[in-house]
Design a protein around this ligand. Structure first.
Ligand SMILES: Nc1ncnc2c1ncn2[C@@H]1O[C@H](COS(=O)(=O)NC(=O)[C@@H](N)CS)[C@@H](O)[C@H]1O
Length: 438
């Protein structure tokens, strides 16, 4: 992609309204633009990252056996009257009337709707276990949207819902999602810690939040340092097997957010040197809620004994748009964003220091084509701005690699390859660069 034909409205100054690094950097790097309080336009570079985060989430959900569908953002109010949550949900719910005066709402979550789809389509225990998921925009009319996409009003969520014959089976579905969450956040370069959590408006009696440690996080975090060193399950993890021993490793050490923290227990169980007191960002939350929705919504199946019974359910949410903020909070420096390779919008920023010079133009064209053939996405800075401005912008948008082509380097037949995260620079021949990036 040529920068001269791209939309990348970077900002020199820190916007006054941005209080945390990720909000500042997402605006300055031209990833998003606020259209209303808590409502953002996703500009080209930000959208590429959002799609990459979605890809990692989908891959791990699919690996764990979940099946993707897509539900509408608009829902009938009567669906929420069936579960009794319509009035209980409160002012966060955006209520809409259509031209026929029918009561609709912009979905903050989809437990009722997925139960309606399930009860219409599935009637036998032979179809279970089943976990359905979607990646869909949600609306919650937060009283104080803030920190950019971290607490928005319209935001992108992966929400999954499991359906099982009984509690034991439902807990196994819960364990599969727990492991899938450990994997997906690790692949995004994050260390997300599972913590027991309150269940709130979603309900149920078992829930874990997945928290990424960050100074600016909204949640207070107390945990055993052991949790920061546990190995994340590999891609060969056996989802059909018993995940209990693996899960036990992750829930044995003390971990709690401020609202459920037991100070006495923390002091008793965790040696001083192992105690972590930090702040964190909730990037995902999973719930087991049994028959909370299947009873009122009559989501039943016929069991092996021929009797009808309500399914046992759970739901599993990931803040897909929030993750861009969380990743930046966890991975930036004084020059800007440092994207992990798995989610970076482009892998290489190719900088031509003398656009219009036949030799630099030719080398850049060759490198861009060769890298594209090798499957490496390149953002080509073919603008005629000064080198200093080009370097600063490349550092700000945080692509993993910078490939700098200038007349002086070409005198000695070399180009410069810079690794953004380590700032390590190497003068290499074009061939060596292609090898290094293979
Ligand atoms: N206002 C918001 N802005 C951005 N992300 C949010 C917001 N509210 C929640 N999230 C993200 O969405 C995730 C799931 O939200 S939730 O309320 O915990 N869970 C649910 O809604 C369940 N229905 C999941 S299936 C949260 O862990 C958080 O990462």
């Amino acid at each position: 992609m040529r920068l001269s034909q791209y939309l990348l409205p970077t900002l020199k100054e820190n916007p006054a309204e941005a209080q945390i690094a990720s909000h500042r950097l997402m605006l300055r790097a031209g990833l998003i633009r606020q259209e209303a309080a808590g409502i953002y336009a996703w500009l080209p570079l930000g959208l590429r990252v959002l799609r990459n985060v979605e890809r990692v989430v989908r891959e791990e959900m699919d690996r764990a056996g979940a099946v993707e569908l897509l539900m509408p953002t608009l829902q009938l109010a009567e669906l929420w009257r069936e579960s009794g949550r319509y009035d209980a949900y409160g002012p966060e719910m955006l209520r809409i009337r259509d031209r026929h005066e029918r009561e609709l709402l912009y979905g903050p979550t989809n437990e009722e709707m997925v139960a309606e789809i399930f009860r219409a389509c599935v009637h036998s225990w032979r179809n279970l276990p089943m976990t359905l998921y979607q990646v869909q925009w949600k609306f919650r009319d937060e009283q104080r949207p803030r920190f950019g996409v971290m607490r928005g009003r319209e935001f992108l969520m992966k929400d999954a819902y499991s359906f099982d014959l009984d509690e034991a089976a439902a807990r196994r579905s819960y364990q599969r999602m727990f492991v899938a969450y450990l994997r997906m956040f690790a692949r995004m370069g994050l260390r997300a810690i599972p913590m027991r959590a309150e269940t709130g408006p979603i309900g149920g009696d078992l829930s874990h939040e997945f928290i990424v440690l960050a100074q600016t996080g909204e949640s207070a975090v107390y945990c055993d340092k052991a949790l920061l060193q546990l190995p994340v399950p590999g891609e060969d993890v056996d989802y059909a097997g018993d995940l209990s021993p693996l899960i036990a490793q992750w829930i044995a050490p003390y971990a709690a957010t401020g609202d459920v923290h037991d100070a006495a227990r923390f002091e008793r169980e965790v040696p001083d040197a192992q105690r972590v007191l930090a702040r964190g960002i909730e990037v995902g939350q999973i719930f087991y809620y049994g028959t909370k929705y299947s009873l009122p919504m009559k989501a039943h199946v016929t069991g092996p004994d021929g009797a009808e019974r309500p399914i046992h359910g759970g739901c599993y949410g990931v803040g897909v748009s929030r993750l861009l903020g969380a990743i930046i909070e966890a991975s930036h420096d004084e020059h800007g964003i440092v994207w992990p390779e798995a989610v970076a919008p482009y892998r290489v920023g190719l900088v031509n220091l003398k656009v219009g010079d036949a030799r630099t133009d030719a080398i850049c064209a060759m490198l861009k084509d060769q890298l594209a053939q090798a499957g490496t996405e390149v953002l080509y800075d073919d603008t005629d701005e000064r080198p200093g401005a080009k370097f600063a912008r490349m550092d700000l948008i945080g692509l993993p690699w910078q490939l700098i082509v200038g007349p002086r380097g070409l005198e000695t037949g070399t180009v410069e390859l810079k690794h953004r995260a380590s700032s390590e620079r190497r003068e290499l021949t074009a061939e060596a660069v292609l090898q290094a990036l293979a």
